[in-house]
Write a new protein. Structure first.
Length: 184
């Protein structure tokens, strides 16, 4: 420490000023990084509190959610829901009944605790508007077990009366919901 004091006393006034300025720059940089990290910490804390509040809303509505599930169980018939293989077969039949040229993709599945959602795409080529309406109506008649998520329609450039359409179709497969553990 004594050597540092002697070294400090030997340097000129200009060097002392530069040394003090350098020290202050280092202090300000450190404070800037500190405030930045503190700001990030408070932002993260706000996100966590928001998430907790959201979860609390769900937990506070447990009784209501259980009641709605019980009502849905009365409405939905698990025998009418579609397993993956039955889903593709049913959509193939509905598309064939329209009389239009079509292709059906293999279904993809999103699994859940209460039900699975199956998705597939039906592509119609050079179909009439009536064919497309018939297909959409046939799916609508099987609501809530089948549904259309999205439809894209483009006219044929040679004949605007013929359409190319893509239907994104989904089906629900209800699992054994007795095992879910809903409090009544």
């Amino acid at each position: 420490m004594i050597k540092l004091k002697k070294l400090y006393e030997r340097i000129t006034l200009r060097e002392k000023i530069l040394l003090v300025l350098f020290a202050w720059v280092v202090v300000f940089l450190w404070l800037g990084f500190y405030w930045s990290r503190m700001g990030q910490m408070f932002e993260d804390l706000d996100k966590v509190n928001s998430g907790l509040a959201h979860q609390k809303v769900w937990l506070n509505n447990e009784v209501s959610i259980g009641q709605r599930l019980a009502e849905a169980q009365k409405i939905l018939d698990p025998k009418k829901t579609y397993a993956r293989s039955r889903f593709i077969g049913r959509i193939d039949n509905l598309a064939r009944e329209t009389g239009a040229s079509y292709d059906v993709t293999n279904p993809t599945t999103q699994s859940g605790e209460i039900f699975n959602e199956h998705f597939l795409v039906v592509q119609f080529k050079d179909a009439s508007l009536k064919n497309l309406i018939d297909f959409a109506q046939a799916i609508h008649e099987e609501n809530p077990y089948l549904g259309i998520k999205q439809v894209k329609i483009t006219p044929n450039r040679r004949d605007p009366n013929l359409l190319t359409a893509q239907f994104d179709v989904f089906a629900l497969e209800l699992k054994n919901i007795e095992n879910v553990g809903i409090k009544k």
